[in-house]
Design a protein around this ligand. Structure first.
Ligand code: TXA
Ligand code: MG
Length: 311
């Protein structure tokens, strides 16, 4: 049985208690719903992988309620300071050297000597994390390989009965996972997201490298078919074919439109929800309009190309 909590102070107190007791609790962040567990508790973290049926070589992001809490886990830096000042709380994950004695489960880092940390902005997530007062490891709250959840109902569709609790918040504002920036060497964009490479470079006063697909580490997208719906996905569809579910962008005749006004922020927020909905129609194929490859469009195209990858 998955216990559903309302996002009231009482509900959040009980959800926080559940996390502290080593249970799995899904909760909304501004990006997507996360499946949280005490990052110091091996069994709790292992249960995440079990519930998600996730390949265990993928390291997890640890969520904290303050910069000070992050500093207890990683070796902080001036660059981290500048970025946290600009973007925390918010959809930016920083990968930094793991601090000795941080007490984080090896399963969280998948054996790496680095750790991904993030301070989410959504009020529900912030309240929950500060009440729990522990570092919370949380991947997106979906079964591995499925579309990321941006509503409580998505979490239930994917994980009901497999997790202990779910905080019933509303829709996620951003709708795309956080930007991941590696800061263990030259600043490197490990996953594009709501905060663009240009914006990060601006704060750092220097370039941010793009990661190359040939490099080793397992970031979210290293598994190419990561965000896969059941339907096949056809990208850059200018014309739609009879029988396809049509996911549009801009002024076009379609089943669901990511943003008629060609607003990329709106499109990002709608992306996973609309993929879910079109997939639920049972269509064999989802055709997607071209999305401009700039700003948030880079992250949207990244997710779409994974959804379209061969499996
Ligand atoms: O917006 C988000 O980031 C959401 C919400 C719940 O916060 N979380 C999320 O987690 O997207 P997940 O597990 O789906 O993706 C985390 C990705 C992993 O695929 C992993 O490869 C990368 O972060 N990652 C984690 N630790 C890392 C590390 N030490 N070095 C490089 N990449 C890391
Ligand atoms: Mg995920």
């Amino acid at each position: 049985m998955t216990q559903q909590f309302s996002p009231t102070s009482d509900g959040l107190a009980r959800a926080a208690e559940m996390l502290r007791a080593g249970k799995l609790v899904a909760f909304p962040t501004e990006t997507v719903y996360g499946l949280g567990a005490d990052a110091r508790n091996d069994q709790a973290v292992a249960a995440i992988f079990g519930a998600k049926q996730r390949p265990s070589f993928n390291p997890l992001i640890v969520h904290v309620s303050s910069v000070d809490a992050a500093k207890e886990l990683v070796v902080w830096s001036e660059q981290a300071d500048a970025l946290a000042e600009a973007y925390w709380p918010g959809p930016l994950t920083l990968v930094l050297p793991l601090r000795e004695g941080a007490g984080v489960s090896r399963l969280v880092t998948a054996g790496l000597d680095t750790l991904a940390v993030r301070m989410p902005a959504a009020p529900i997530a912030r309240d929950l994390l500060s009440q729990a007062a522990i570092p919370v490891a949380a991947p997106s709250a979906n079964r591995s390989g499925q579309i990321s959840p941006t509503r409580a109902t998505h979490v239930l569709d994917s994980l009901d009965g497999r997790i202990d609790g779910l905080v019933m918040g509303g829709a996620c504002d951003v709708g795309l996972e956080s930007t991941i920036l590696g800061l263990t060497g030259r600043p490197t964009l490990l996953r594009p997201g709501g905060i663009t490479r240009e914006a990060l470079a601006h704060v750092l006063g220097g370039g941010v490298a793009e990661r190359h697909a040939t490099e080793g580490i397992t970031a979210p997208g290293q598994i190419r078919s990561h965000y896969a719906p059941n339907a096949k996905v056809r990208l850059n569809a200018v014309d739609f074919v009879e029988g396809e579910a049509r996911l549009g962008f801009g002024a076009t005749d379609c089943d669901l439109n990511l943003s008629e006004a060609e607003n990329l922020t709106e499109a990002a927020a709608n992306l996973f929800e609309y993929l879910h909905r079109l997939d639920a129609t049972g269509a064999e194929r989802i055709a997607v309009s071209p999305i401009p490859h700039l700003g948030l469009g880079v992250a949207i195209n990244d997710r779409l190309s994974r959804a379209a990858a061969d499996r």
